[in-house]
Design a protein. Sequence first.
Length: 255
Amino acid sequence: MQQIAALQLLNDLAIRLHRTRQIDAIYQPELVQKCIARMEKMFGDKADIRIITFNNYRQYIAFSETVAEKFNKGCISMTHLSDILRAQLLCRYGGLWIDATYYIWDDRFIDALCQFPFFTQKQGGELNELDIVSGRWANNFMKGPAGFPLFGFMVEAFELFWSKYDEVLNYFLFDYIIAVCYEQLPEIRMIMGACPVNNRFSQVLADWGNEACDPHKLELLTADTWLFKLTYKKRFSMQTSDGQRTYYAALLEEE
């Protein structure tokens, strides 16, 4: 079961880190450990960190009989069960859901989250009919208050979908649900639209991580972007084959 680490800030902002392994270090990818350690450092004593696992999630939410039955039958994958869990946690408790392979560069992170009632990683760009998101949100980095209508819509949409179907018709079901809400409910579209474009280069270091770091490029990147999406499925190195410092190493030096 995928995991979350929950941080409760003094300003009632709950942050949940989307995790993919058990908390035990032997199962936890090094990259995830480093990203979470960075989060802990960023918030310090402002946050109370709790780890939510498959064994204790029932303390926070309960899946419906329909969802539980279809998960047990194998109709719902771990990935899509995690999506349902994410929607329910946000709806009930509010706060931020953040994938644990996001690396936070500096404290602009805190300022941005506290400035807007709804916040998401939003790269912006032209609408593309082949990309349902088109830079308008990131479902793995989304913050809002408990009971926010978008979150309630997500919970109800998942429940309705799984009451009718036994398999996912599109892997990006979560984003299609958000898109329907965005397009059909003007008040939600207005609130989501108020979130400014941010972190336009969030995905860059997942591609550049093993390349030799150009300090000037890194400075330009971090002037715009404070949130970098990495992946534990790719092995990152501290040095290139010829001994140069990589972008990944430059990130970790910020610690």
